[in-house]
Design a protein around this ligand. Structure first.
Ligand SMILES: [Zn+2]
Length: 482
């Protein structure tokens, strides 16, 4: 017997997580994420799922298992239902509640971007300018997003659930808290056939100890094979203590020169640590009061999901929350819901901070804020998460002097800085430590969700410390594990 692995996303890159596994004639997809990068390449990659529309319509795919709600792990789920999938999607209750507004928003962003590009195209035509690239069709609509959310089935942590076939021939899953974001998990898939079982552990995104609000990662369960992320495989995060001082100094400087702080980030969740930090700095009178806007139509929905899922909070968060009305600084945030409110920020002449999606500056309202603010040297673009290759965020992070926003060249005159330590991703040492309890039984490790340079460094470290074989698959690679 064997499990057949088919790698289909986040292979030698960090977005588009998707792995197809098969055992005893049962097919399961682990994650179905959106690839983010160069537009044409993204369109090409995102429109081809691991299974064809014919296979999906014929019911070849038995189940989907989702590790957590980030768009690079879930953003192609609506396409799955658009192309004919009607089976179950298993994940945690918090992930389901996050996916409902997030996938709807993702569809909305794609519809909006496609429309914007089309309008631009017609304007160019009307003044006899050369036509740009052909108009982009949205990958899926808000109806497709709603359709796939209706297929989602909640699973309890640490509890085996048969997801495809039966206990003698098929897959059983069990999930553990990954400590990466609310509801995030690593997933153990047990494939059984002919009386034999192979245990495959999928790390999802590995989180970190002491992240605010959410619980620390669980100890990883025993397994025969491991598919592990490697985002920060070649880096160590700065100690958290230094970050607060850095944030204080940066913000003070920008406020002093009357600038704006533009933070590309997913609403609330990724920046929660930043908000907490600012809240503390203002309370300690190390920073003056200043407005913090969360410019996202789904921000308040996501805040409500956070408030609802106290089962995923750590003890400190529960105690902290019970002590005060605004323990996390959420009341400091001003949510902008409509496009008009969002646009009104452009005219604001006082210093402020605005957080807006997407975190890698690929889509969404952040593009409008960057277009309005990136050429002003008083402003600061503050990156708080990992910036994938070929994304606008990476170009800004690398210090390019000119970048294209909505196809127009813009001069980067604003200050640019980034804070890795706010990341929800384990760094190299934390990844090595996370896999320590699994290592003794492992036969092989597959590294995914990392760029080649980071993967090579981490591969070397794993080989050295655990004497294990490490493979960095490419998209489309197939393996048999037994
Ligand atoms: Zn993630």
């Amino acid at each position: 017997m064997a499990i057949r692995l088919h790698f289909w996303g986040a292979d030698q890159t960090v977005t588009g997580s998707s792995h197809h596994i098969e055992c005893a004639g049962q097919n399961v997809l682990l994650d179905c994420g959106l690839f983010q990068g160069k537009r044409q390449q993204a369109v090409e990659i995102n429109s081809h799922l691991a299974l064809t529309p014919e296979q999906l319509k014929a019911g070849v795919l038995n189940a989907v298992v989702v590790s957590h709600a980030h768009i690079d792990h879930t953003g192609c789920l609506p396409l799955l239902s658009k192309q004919g999938y009607t089976g179950p999607v298993y994940t945690t209750p918090a992930t389901i509640d996050l996916c409902i507004p997030m996938l709807k928003d993702s569809a909305h962003i794609q519809e909006g971007d496609a429309e914007f590009m089309q309008r631009r195209q017609s304007r160019r035509k009307s003044i006899h300018m050369p036509e740009g690239p052909p108009p982009i069709q949205p990958l899926y609509t808000q109806d497709d997003a709603a359709a796939v959310c209706a297929l989602m089935k909640p699973v309890k942590l640490h509890t085996p659930t048969i997801v495809a076939g039966n206990k003698d021939a098929g897959f059983t899953m069990a999930s553990w808290n990954a400590g990466h974001m609310l509801g995030s998990t690593c997933v153990l898939m047990e494939g059984t056939e002919e009386g034999q079982t192979v245990r495959l552990l999928f790390s999802g995104d590995v989180g970190r100890k002491n992240l605010p609000i959410i619980k620390d990662p669980d100890q990883a369960p025993a397994a025969d094979y491991l598919i592990m992320e490697s985002t920060y495989g070649d880096r160590l995060h700065a100690p958290a203590g230094d970050v607060k001082a850095k944030v204080a100094a940066l913000v003070k400087k920008v406020i002093g020169r009357g600038g704006h702080i533009i933070v590309p980030a997913f609403a609330v969740e990724r920046t929660q640590q930043l908000v907490l930090m600012l809240h503390e700095l203002i309370q300690e009178k190390l920073l003056p009061e200043f407005p913090i806007f969360v410019d996202s139509p789904l921000a308040s929905a996501v805040t409500d999901v956070f408030k609802k899922h106290t089962e995923d909070w750590d003890e400190g968060a529960c105690a902290f929350y019970n002590r005060g009305q605004d323990a996390f600084g959420w009341n400091r945030l001003r949510f902008t819901q409509t496009v008009q409110e969002s646009k009104a920020l452009n005219d604001l002449r006082v210093p402020f901070m605005v957080m807006s999606a997407s975190g890698m500056c690929e889509a969404g309202r952040i593009l409008h804020h960057l277009r309005n603010g990136i050429e002003d040297p008083r402003n600061l673009v503050l990156l708080t998460g990992y910036q994938a290759e070929n994304t606008l965020g990476r170009k800004i992070e690398e210090g390019q002097k000119e970048v294209n926003i909505f196809g127009e060249p813009m001069q980067v005159r604003a200050e640019v800085d980034s804070i890795d330590a706010l990341s929800g991703h384990a760094d190299q040492q934390e990844l090595l430590d996370w896999m320590a309890p699994v290592a003794p039984t492992l036969k092989k490790v597959f590294l995914v969700h990392g760029e080649p340079a980071a993967q090579q460094v981490l591969k070397g470290k794993i080989e050295e410390r655990y004497k294990l074989e490490v493979i960095c698959p490419k998209r489309g690679d197939r393996f048999e594990i037994a």
